[in-house]
Ligand binder design. Structure first.
Ligand code: TXA
Ligand code: MG
Length: 317
């Protein structure tokens, strides 16, 4: 399917929000900022809009989408939010947490959203523009990260335009995303299981649960590109755990390892997460020399950073 010729750039004001909501309600695709990354929004009840999201991203149809809603009352209309899932919702929503929950039979979502599964991934984002758009739309909005499938996620409107410009109707420009990595995803089997490390540190979830979070076994039931080994890839090759650059490499630094660009000079993982995709986009745009990356501690947001970097460094499929 061919997309629209031009992508409207909408300002972060009342008129921009109203236009974004009007377009979404009419079945158009609109990228909007969340606290994690920019999402590519579409009406979750509209089969054609949801199908166009898969087309615009080049995303395999078996990879389900996250439904975004403004509050817990709206979650209750589409999913079963009970027990520890409800506790996590109370502790962390709005915020960078996605819960995979049993889908309600009367949810009214397009079956493409959950790719035929009996569960649905749901998130209440913590970004004033996202929340105002969701409130104005009045229906769940599916929003994968607004990048071509397999590429680096966007943390600025310009990233969205360079990846999807001409394929989607509009981008609501809310400036850079504060968190910078995608949401942490937790499923229930029925014990809580970490499906994707992300913007909410697992330590915070474990302390709310009062118990360690189990990890999804590799190759277990859900097999989605976001969880495949090669993903989030720049064009350039990526080498991890580099203390120094080899000849011809560019170095992405962290802490004591100063690079051509540095994720956080003070070794702050929150700052590093916020900078990660922007710096990868910039390095990618600047040339195809290999990128060496300094070691990042496997703690707090470091888990999400390392997860994305390992995928960027994985052999390409
Ligand atoms: O921070 C985020 O989560 C961003 C912003 C825009 O909200 N969205 C995002 O969406 O990262 P996406 O589509 O790039 O990643 C969604 C992930 C995929 O790995 C998908 O496989 C998984 O969620 N997922 C969705 N529905 C699922 C389900 N029912 N069961 C298991 N995994 C699911
Ligand atoms: Mg994604």
């Amino acid at each position: 399917m061919t997309g629209p010729a031009e992508t409207e750039l909408l300002a972060a004001d009342a008129a921009g929000i109203a236009r974004a909501a009007e377009l979404l309600r009419s079945g158009a695709l609109v990228s909007f900022p969340t606290e994690t990354v920019y999402g590519l929004g579409g009406d979750a009840a509209d089969d054609r809009a949801v199908a166009r999201i898969f087309d615009a991203k080049g995303r395999p149809r078996f990879n389900p989408l996250i439904a975004h809603v403004p509050d817990v009352a709206a979650v209750d209309r589409i999913a079963e939010l009970t027990g520890r899932a409800r506790d996590l919702a109370g502790a962390f929503w709005p915020g960078p947490l996605t819960l995979v929950l049993p889908l309600r039979a009367d949810a009214g979502l397009s079956p493409l959203v959950s790719a035929g599964l009996t569960t649905v991934a749901v998130r209440v984002p913590d970004h004033p523009l996202a929340r105002r758009v969701l409130e104005a739309v009045g229906r769940p909005v599916v929003a994968p990260s607004a990048n071509p499938s397999g590429r680096i996620s966007p943390t600025e409107a310009a990233h969205v335009v360079s990846g999807l410009g001409g394929r989607i109707e509009a981008v609501l420009d809310g400036g850079p995303c504060a968190v910078g990595v995608e949401s942490t995803i937790v499923g229930f089997n029925p014990e809580p299981v970490l499906l994707r490390p992300g913007g909410l540190p697992t330590e915070a979830i474990e302390s709310a649960l009062g118990a360690p979070l189990s990890r999804r076994a590799e190759g277990a039931e859900i097999n989605a590109p976001g969880q495949l080994s090669s993903h989030y890839a720049p064009d350039a090759r990526v080498r991890l755990d580099a203390e120094t650059a080899r000849p011809g490499e560019r170095l992405l630094g962290f802490g004591a390892v100063a690079g051509d660009v540095t994720l956080s000079e003070s070794g702050d993982l929150v700052e590093a997460a916020a900078n990660l995709f922007r710096m990868l986009h910039a390095l990618d745009a600047a040339g195809d020399a290999p990128i060496a990356v300094a070691p990042i501690p496997e703690t707090g947001l470091g888990r999400a950073i390392n997860d994305r970097l390992r995928r960027a460094a994985a052999p390409r499929t």
